[in-house]
Design a protein around this ligand. Structure first.
Ligand code: SF4
Ligand code: SF4
Ligand code: SF4
Length: 454
């Protein structure tokens, strides 16, 4: 495909209805760093989470956007046409939406690399605002689409409903509503974790994609639980009247909500009548089990007496172990004291003044070279998963290199450096040392759903 002349690309951008106000200097920058692309009808354009990925605006043509629901089933969240962006979510969130775009007709688009947009963003103020508004709108639609409750509602109605949603942010420990208060809205969790408490007992936790507030609305009774944020939490708020109108229009929606209510009532009755279950949930919340998607655990009964091979393997690789055995006990499991890779509101990330703790593309939070060893993250982590470590420069270059560095240090040519250290799931390695070297298979990186199937 021959490149389009710069002035034609500028014209093409400014002729899009949503970019009509785009100043010529912004349009020119975008045209310069953009690549003109054509896709045939039927092409699928995958949207990756990587910073090296691409962002597009459709100049002409129609496409369908498909996301996966919570069970991994594809669902359409609507059509894209002239002026619509896609691939822009990575720009605004490290946990960006993962979706695919399918061309229904031939599509002409302008494509930018996310990296180039980052470099130029201070010169693109209006464009960045439009890009963010489009991202937020798609987030709202996809949040609605992922809630099984709204699978009964058409794509068009979901898009309309999304315009009635308002985003609300709550800090850690904020009570969203109290048990006994009146119901006023339905809430959908976009991001975050919330404890459901009845009479001071945590009976459940909710997270991304879950909804709450439905019971009080449907039964016109006060809330039967207090909802408390365990992490900073972002919710979409649907006014009770809008929800009631939807329920009136869609009897199947009411039936689906009532099914969820029955399940929740049944679940909370079981928890309230079962001290062991209550204890497990309490311990799981206390030790941050639900903060990440997986956790390093072992079954002590399978471990030979005094075996610490996993700790030693980690220490050999990193100079100091990043996990400790004998953390919290949950049934037959020993939950190791190691980083949970907290998906939302990681205290270490919030505390770091250098923004040195960053997500990598494999879902691990990694401490980068920007760390100054200030100790803030060590103090902030509620699970004691970060420790200080004294390193010698290039300490991962092999024993001879380290010996040489130590000799230089002894001759005062270099100083040791203190940095923070925590498990990053062996980022940059082909294996996880602790798991690879565990001789019995007792140590596992296990999914939270497997550990807590309730
Ligand atoms: S260091 Fe602590 S706060 Fe940070 S991600 Fe790991 S467990 Fe969470
Ligand atoms: S010790 Fe390093 S990673 Fe931790 S808060 Fe300080 S600069 Fe950030
Ligand atoms: S996964 Fe790697 S960094 Fe994490 S505890 Fe195991 S060996 Fe250490």
């Amino acid at each position: 495909m021959a490149p389009l002349a710069l002035n034609l690309q500028v014209d093409a951008l400014q002729s899009l209805p949503n970019l009509a106000e785009l100043p010529t200097n912004e349009a020119t920058i975008l045209a310069r760093i953009g690549v003109f692309r054509a896709f045939a009808a039927g092409d699928t354009i995958p949207i990756a989470r990587l910073r090296s990925s691409q962002c597009y605006v459709i100049l002409s043509g129609v496409a369908d956007t498909v996301i996966l629901d919570r069970d991994g089933e594809p669902i359409s969240i609507g059509e894209l046409g002239e002026g619509d962006f896609f691939g822009n979510s990575i720009f605004f969130s490290s946990h960006s939406l993962l979706y695919a775009v399918q061309a229904q007709t031939q599509i002409f688009a302008l494509q930018w690399s996310i990296e180039r947009l980052h470099e130029k963003k201070q010169h693109l103020p209006l464009f960045m605002r439009l890009l963010e508004a489009s991202y937020l709108q798609r987030r709202a639609v996809s949040a609605l689409s992922r809630v099984p409750l709204f699978s009964h509602v058409s794509v068009e109605e979901r898009a309309l409903l999304a315009t009635q949603l308002t985003r609300q942010e709550f800090g850690r420990n904020t009570v969203i509503f109290e048990q006994g208060s009146a119901g006023q809205a339905l809430y959908l969790i976009e991001q975050g974790q919330i404890a459901v408490e009845q009479h001071g007992v945590i009976v459940a936790t909710l997270s991304d994609g879950d909804f709450f507030g439905e019971m009080a609305l449907l039964s016109a009774t006060p809330h039967n639980a207090t909802l408390r944020c365990l992490t900073p939490t972002r919710c979409l708020h649907l006014p009770g009247a809008v929800f009631a109108a939807q329920v009136a229009q869609h009897p199947s929606l009411e039936a689906a909500v009532r099914r969820v209510i029955d399940e929740r009532v049944h679940h909370s009755e079981r928890v309230r009548g079962d001290q062991t279950r209550q204890h497990l949930i309490k311990v799981a919340v206390r030790y941050g089990m639900f903060r990440g998607s997986h956790v390093l655990v072992r079954q002590p009964a399978q471990c030979p007496p005094d075996c610490r091979i996993c700790e030693q393997a980690c220490a050999e690789r990193f100079g100091q172990t990043r996990m400790r055995l004998n953390g919290a006990k949950i049934e037959d499991w020993d939950i190791t004291q190691s980083c949970r890779q907290c998906r939302v509101g990681a205290e270490c990330v919030e505390a770091c003044p250098e923004a040195a703790i960053q997500w990598d593309d494999n879902g691990a939070l990694r401490i980068t070279d920007a760390c100054t060893g200030c100790n803030e993250c060590v103090l902030a982590c509620p699970y004691d998963a970060v420790e200080s470590q004294t390193i010698f420069l290039q300490n991962q270059q092999g024993p001879l290199w380290q010996l040489w560095q130590r000799m230089r240090q002894q001759s005062h040519q270099i100083q040791p450096k203190t940095v923070a250290s925590k498990c990053d799931l062996c980022a940059g390695y082909d294996d996880r040392a602790c798991l690879s070297q565990c001789p019995t298979g007792s140590l596992q990186l296990i999914s939270i759903e497997e550990l807590f199937p309730f």
